[in-house]
Design a protein around this ligand. Structure first.
Ligand code: ZN
Length: 311
């Protein structure tokens, strides 16, 4: 069985709110000043990554998932379950909400729902994000949305680089301009736009999804519990960020040499800072790869930070 580490060629997207940091700072080969997202680990039909190396070079990740389930630990899942993105928001994104699996299955043609989480890579001083809302009851929620009482409705939280935020389905949220983050999410692109600041893009307002939003927004808002904990070892600092029904996310700050055996099945890994190597193969900021199930020992060297996830 081929147990090479699976490096991926990301798919990057043009977005009206995107910028230039993904090509300038991360070196992704895409032209433009409106690059909003790098789908670093994705087998989603809207952005299916290709394998960069080894026996499966050139194959789409979705095809690899179907043809070689053993690489992923024979999960029995009907599709690659996660999607890891880096997002560069030059402008504010619209205020939005995602459905859960049950709602998406019925209303979105069998799609997965979307639970997501954000690790803040960079942001402006005194930056904020929209997470949650201030309506206490369903009546108040409907009234605030129908009457456009956005100032009252929207709940903002201060952020700084290194913060981590879990966004459960039904949570109103928005990334604000100047924020660079890594998102780990269920493999879904179902988004309901609640409000877009009445902005016109190329002369047009974007479509809102008020009915679906009212269907799925949870009221009252309850913030997710902070699960962060750090373990310091000689070669690395290991930080647990989140475990929810869909994924576990951890961060590793490696300094020097660090050997590690992942107990999970397959592991998604993204280098968010620095450079070094894994089992002799060079890795650097912006690289995304999958460590196959039962891979054995990963020997890391260098000064680098990784965000990893698994199901
Ligand atoms: Zn979202």
């Amino acid at each position: 069985m081929n147990k090479d580490i699976i490096f991926l060629n990301p798919v990057c997207t043009h977005n009206i709110w995107g910028g230039t940091r993904l090509n300038r700072e991360f070196g992704y080969s895409i032209e433009g000043d409106d690059i909003g997202e790098c789908w670093g680990i994705s087998a989603h039909p809207s952005g299916d990554d290709t394998v960069r190396n080894g026996a499966f070079q050139g194959m789409k990740l979705s095809e690899l998932w179907e043809k070689h389930p053993e690489l992923f630990g024979n999960t029995g899942m009907d599709r690659f379950p996660l999607l890891v993105k880096i997002i560069d928001a030059k402008d504010d994104l619209s205020i939005q909400v995602h459905p859960d699996d049950a709602y998406a299955k019925v209303h979105e043609n069998g799609s997965l729902g979307k639970t997501e989480c954000w690790f803040i890579l960079d942001c402006k001083e005194n930056a904020t994000l929209v997470v949650g809302h201030n309506a206490k009851t369903r009546e108040e929620l409907e009234q605030m949305i129908q009457e456009g009482k956005w100032k009252k409705f929207i709940r903002e939280i201060p952020i700084k680089p290194g913060d981590f935020i879990q966004i459960d389905p039904g949570t109103v949220h928005a990334i604000k301009g100047g924020t660079l983050l890594l998102e780990t999410q269920q493999s879904s692109d179902i988004t309901y736009r609640v409000y877009d600041y009445d902005r016109k893009w190329n002369g047009k307002l974007r479509e809102l999804h008020v009915k679906q939003s009212l269907d799925v927004i949870k009221t009252p808002f309850q913030p997710a519990k902070d699960q962060r904990s750090i373990t310091h070892t000689e070669g690395a600092d290991l930080e647990h960020l989140e475990t929810c029904p869909y994924y576990t996310v951890e961060k590793y700050d490696i300094h020097g040499t660090w050997d590690h055996v992942f107990e999970a099945g397959f592991v998604n890994a993204s280098v968010i800072e620095g450079e070094g190597s894994i089992n002799g193969r060079k890795i650097k900021k912006g690289d995304h790869f999958i460590i196959p199930a039962d891979f054995g020992t990963c020997s890391f060297e260098g000064n680098l930070s990784l965000i990893c996830s698994w199901v």
